[in-house]
Design a protein around this ligand. Structure first.
Ligand SMILES: NC(=O)c1ccc[n+]([C@@H]2O[C@H](COP(=O)([O-])OP(=O)(O)OC[C@H]3O[C@@H](n4cnc5c(N)ncnc54)[C@H](O)[C@@H]3O)[C@@H](O)[C@H]2O)c1
Length: 459
């Protein structure tokens, strides 16, 4: 049953919105309370606005409602979580039918992944948009924080939300975007420091969204002419990084052959005022960069305007796990130890340092390839200890006894725990092969310690 509230604020009336912020009467629903949505909802609740988090994941809702904070690797939010639950400003539910009609502002932080053919998947947004068409109360404002292709709001979302005929865009339903750009593991810092892009269906709505985000986050808000431009900026900044990592990764393959240490090149190059440094590595994973490149490639295909650099960059980044295998094979050849039947320890499976996240991690490809080559793979990652990932039970710790049984160690993620590892620990391995794919081991130290060492891009 749809429960329509009588306290409805007209989100197109800037003065009313300002008043509702100051009196803390604006009611907020955040749909999708995962990695980004939950911290977002908690920030809105912390600012004093009644906020309900909606998600289809029943276990997550149960966990939250039992007072267990699910994002322990997000510093600062656990305390906020307990505070806003205590003050009653935040609650979580699976009941979208109740939450949405009783809210003035609906934020969408839904996943926008891609399928096995690298085609962007907007099904969560489409499903929720379709639901909103039936249950959104008139004069509400919907803000899409999810990462979407430029034009998705204008070409799809609006027509889905208005299909029931109850709502008409810019008349009694309003929409805008404020693409999320926080880094997992640093969300509180980023939310309260990084500028945000704002694009609305009309200049008035853009102004209203700016007021709301200024009230909650007090950061610089960059006004965009429309939704599609805001989403274009979001994708441009991330794809810039994907391409630049591909650039230095490809260079590093050549520098290896030339006996040039890519890290030395980059450390000197970055002294030039207009060089923005990126580092090569085992591959690019995570919930953003690879998908964002494919989102722009999808747009390119749709409108027939090729983006060849992005396409090449993706190919290079996706080949890097294979290069890690080549370095490993070479090191085993040098040692005279057969690769088949060897014991290999992977250090780190997260897609980037110091976070508990393995989405699209290059570690998965590396582990699969090593298994296919007949090796026995072991994993240590402090963020996943004692869990099972990729069919392997993650070790609880790494002891000298364990290392003595290993033929090789491959550093895949530069977690801070690995940066302090004493290199002499590796000398006691059954075969002292050390592969560093993240540039954290000094090659001279490794050679002086008589390790059979390969550093990705280290020459
Ligand atoms: N994680 C990041 O680093 C990051 C950074 C910037 C932007 N983003 C973008 O933010 C968006 C959300 O990403 P995330 O990492 O928080 O994803 P996530 O998978 O951690 O969270 C999404 C949540 O939405 C829920 N959900 C899925 N379908 C739903 C539905 N129909 N109704 C209600 N809930 C539903 C899921 O159960 C999940 O809890 C994506 O577009 C992503 O690209 C993510």
């Amino acid at each position: 049953m749809v429960i329509l509230s009588s306290l409805k604020i007209n989100m197109n009336n800037h003065t009313d919105v300002e008043k509702s912020l100051n009196s803390r009467t604006l009611r907020v629903a955040v749909i999708g309370i995962g990695r980004i949505g939950l911290p977002t909802a908690l920030s809105f609740a912390k600012s004093g606005l009644s906020t309900v988090g909606v998600d289809i994941n029943e276990k997550l809702i149960q966990k939250i409602n039992s007072g267990n904070f699910p994002l322990m690797d997000e510093p600062g939010y656990e305390e906020i979580f307990h505070d806003v639950i205590k003050t009653g400003k935040f609650s979580a539910t699976t009941n979208i039918e109740e939450a949405v009609p009783n809210s003035d502002l609906i934020l969408l932080s839904l996943p926008t992944p891609m399928d096995e053919n690298n085609i962007p998947d907007y099904s969560a947004l489409r499903t929720v948009a379709s639901k909103l068409s039936d249950i959104l109360s008139p004069n509400s404002l919907v803000i899409v924080e999810s990462t979407i292709e430029p034009g998705f709001i204008e070409d799809e979302m609006i027509s889905i939300i208005t299909k029931s005929g109850r709502l008409s865009a810019t008349e009694n339903f309003f929409i805008g975007v404020c693409p999320e750009n926080a880094n997992p593991g640093e969300i509180l810092h980023d939310f309260t420091n990084l500028p945000r892009l704002v694009g609305g269906i009309s200049p008035d709505i853009t102004k209203t969204i700016k007021s709301i985000y200024n009230f909650v986050f007090s950061v610089e808000l960059i006004e965009m002419p429309n939704c599609k431009t805001a989403n274009a900026v979001k994708l441009t900044t991330n794809v810039f990084r994907d391409i630049n990592i591909a650039f230095v990764s490809e260079l590093s393959l050549m520098f290896e052959k030339l006996g040039i240490d890519t890290n030395k090149v980059l450390d000197a190059a970055k002294k030039k005022y207009n060089f923005q440094v990126h580092y090569p590595g085992a591959g690019v994973g995570g919930p953003c960069l690879p998908i964002n490149s494919y989102q722009l490639l999808n747009t390119a295909k749709r409108i027939g305007s090729p983006l060849t650099i992005i396409e090449s960059g993706r190919k290079i980044n996706e080949r890097m796990p294979q290069h890690v295998i080549e370095l490993t094979t070479e090191a085993f050849e040098e040692s005279g130890t057969p690769l088949v039947g060897s014991e290999i320890l992977i250090l780190g499976i997260s897609y980037k340092p110091d976070v508990k996240d393995i989405q699209l991690t290059p570690a998965e490809q590396i582990i699969k390839k090593l298994k296919d080559l007949g090796t026995n793979v072991h994993i240590y990652d402090p963020y996943f200890s004692s869990t099972e990932k990729f069919g392997i039970k993650i070790l609880e710790s790494i002891s000298p006894e364990l290392l003595e049984k290993m033929n090789a160690v491959i550093i895949v993620t530069a977690h801070k725990e690995f940066k302090n590892l004493n290199i002499s620990n590796f000398c006691k391995m059954r075969t002292p092969i050390l592969i560093d794919t993240r540039g954290i081991i000094d090659p001279t130290d490794a050679h002086n310690s008589k390790l059979i060492f390969r550093g990705l891009g280290r020459g």
